[in-house]
Design a protein around this ligand. Structure first.
Ligand SMILES: Nc1ncnc2c1ncn2[C@@H]1O[C@H](COP(=O)(O)OS(=O)(=O)O)[C@@H](OP(=O)(O)O)[C@H]1O
Length: 418
């Protein structure tokens, strides 16, 4: 809370508070640092080849067999994208054994994608045929929601040998550069998104046998205009959404804001009271999951949308199955790279719980339940998961928090997040 108090004292109080932009920038800095370290290591290692380095630039300068060999050797998407020398060491013959189609003639899609630097070009290219094992470009998006373990999921996916790491998490291309009414996306940003963020050159080197994706959590929030746009521009996309018990998600988001020195006016510094801020969010129906989910489900066919529950993804004993199901949906080997989700971007150990009265928490639950029931109806209608179990998981979390409060409506609760 000290940082929050300091920021407030410095005049950083805000009228309302928003969802920030995930931890994208921190993630970006972290990844850039990791890449620099990897490059430094590769540079100092006597085995590092210049070929491996040249294929790391994101252009179409490397040898396709190198990239494919890295895939055959089980190297990570990050390794293929980052060029760490393994690709040069592995044999092209091994790659062809794993991906026999690598020796096949270029597909129409590959030919048409060469040199693309606009979304319109990608769309035109996808009118052409491809080999059945090839992925579309880009193949899928991790849309959010913010604070629903998207960083852990992203980190897991980029280790997969047939998933290509984008340049960093949270590029927010569509929500930053293609906003509604702006007359399409900014052309230079479009080119940079396709070639630098999504690495079209490397995808082509890998003969489209690696799935390209990116993860921007704000996309989920802007489904109303973005879902129809994406359905129009990139209609083949597969989309993944994760949803967490709403009170926990909002508290996690609030903490994220406070940590970044954004102290909303609703946040009472003296009491450290999250209640007014969370209530305010839950009262606004348009800030709930249901309207956003509905927008995505209306724009995309059911087989292209995967909606999962954070509590299911992160529950001990269930994570393995949840991860496998996501990878099966995306169309990559569900057994790779492992069964571990990891724990990234966590603030779990930083607080004992969030103080609130029983009456306050009960009010939040009442508000959260309205949206949750709509979500559950959508889950049922679209068959995304077991709808009854979904609601139970959230009801259990609410009941556990209420049970742990001291008696009486003014009794003290220490709210634990899912
Ligand atoms: N494996 C696992 N198990 C349980 N919880 C997990 C796991 N991985 C991530 N998390 C929690 O997810 C929260 C961060 O979510 P995101 O990475 O989506 O945040 S962000 O929107 O990108 O900023 C963040 O929640 P809080 O700690 O409550 O803030 C993480 O702790």
């Amino acid at each position: 809370m000290e940082a929050a108090e300091a920021a407030a004292a410095a005049g950083a109080e805000e009228e309302d508070w928003d969802e920030g932009e995930g931890d994208g920038e921190e993630e970006q800095e972290e990844q850039e640092q990791e890449e620099e370290e990897e490059e430094a290591q590769a540079g100092s290692s006597s085995g590092a080849s210049s070929d491996g380095e040249s294929s790391s630039a994101g252009g179409a300068t490397g040898d396709a067999a190198d990239v494919a060999a890295a895939m055959a050797a089980g190297g990570s998407g990050g390794a293929a994208a980052g060029g760490d020398g393994t690709s040069a060491q592995a044999s092209a013959a091994a790659a062809e054994e794993v991906h026999p189609v690598i020796s096949m003639p270029l597909s129409g899609l590959e030919e048409a994608l060469r040199g693309c630097s606009t979304l319109a070009c990608l769309q035109q290219a996808h009118m052409r045929s491809k080999h059945p094992q090839q992925f579309n470009f880009p193949h899928f998006l991790l849309l959010g929601f913010p604070k629903c373990a998207t960083t852990s999921l992203y980190r897991h996916l980029i280790q997969h040998p047939t998933i290509m790491a984008p340049k960093y998490k949270e590029p927010h291309f569509f929500t930053r550069f293609c906003r509604q009414g702006a007359g399409g996306c900014q052309p230079e940003e479009e080119a940079s998104y396709i070639n630098e963020t999504l690495h079209l050159g490397i995808a082509l080197q890998a003969r489209l046998f690696m799935a390209s994706f990116e993860a921007s959590t704000h996309y989920s929030l802007e489904g109303e205009w973005l879902a129809p746009k994406l359905a129009r521009d990139l209609p083949w996309l597969k989309l993944v959404l994760s949803l967490r018990e709403p009170i926990s998600r909002w508290i996690s988001m609030l903490k994220h804001n406070l940590d970044n020195g954004r102290v909303p006016a609703c946040y009472k510094l003296s009491a450290g009271a999250a209640y007014p801020c969370i209530r305010r969010k839950l009262e606004q129906r348009e800030q709930g999951y249901a309207p956003r989910l509905r927008a995505w489900a209306t724009a995309f066919p059911p087989e292209q949308l995967y909606v999962l529950q954070y509590e299911n993804l992160t529950s001990e004993g269930v994570t393995r199955k949840a991860l496998r199901d996501i990878k099966r949906f995306v169309g990559v080997d569900p057994n790779l790279p492992n069964n571990d989700l990891g724990l990234y971007n966590s603030r779990r150990s930083e607080t004992e719980g969030w103080p609130m009265t029983r009456k306050e928490y009960a009010r939040l639950v009442e508000l959260a339940r309205r949206d949750a029931q709509e979500v559950v109806e959508l889950v049922r209608q679209h068959g995304w998961a077991d709808a009854d179990r979904w609601l139970e998981a959230w009801e259990e979390a609410w009941a556990a928090n209420l049970e742990a409060c001291r008696p009486g409506p003014r009794g003290a609760c220490s709210i634990q997040l899912t």
